[in-house]
Write a protein that binds this ligand. Structure first.
Ligand code: SF4
Ligand code: SF4
Length: 94
């Protein structure tokens, strides 16, 4: 029980009450590696964008750029890139 709250006042667990609120939670802070794109080789095909399970790639000025706040470091983008121009780099210890 939460101190001072009756069971009727405790928020529901495991329920998403507001659709689209995942953008509020920066879930990329536990990754060990992140993708780096070699834009000399990239053909802007968008495969990385379409395969990323976290929707971490964004299109910025015609390029697909990873948003590290949401990337979880799974490496699927690097695996699927048809030009092999994504390298997974170790996250710096902070
Ligand atoms: S999948 Fe590879 S080639 Fe295609 S846009 Fe992404 S980084 Fe560029
Ligand atoms: S490493 Fe995984 S989570 Fe991060 S951008 Fe690539 S596919 Fe998305």
């Amino acid at each position: 029980m939460i101190e001072g709250l009756s069971w009727r006042q405790i928020p529901l667990a495991l329920v998403i009450e507001d659709a689209g609120n995942s953008v509020l939670y920066k879930t990329g802070d536990w990754k060990t590696h992140y993708p780096v794109v070699d834009y000399e080789l990239c053909i802007n095909c968008g495969v990385c964008w379409s395969f990323c399970p976290e929707c971490a790639f964004e299109e910025v000025d015609g390029r697909f750029v990873v948003n590290r706040d949401y990337c979880k470091g799974c490496g699927i983008c690097a695996q699927e890139c048809p030009k092999n121009c994504i390298t997974m780099v170790e996250e710096e210890a902070e």
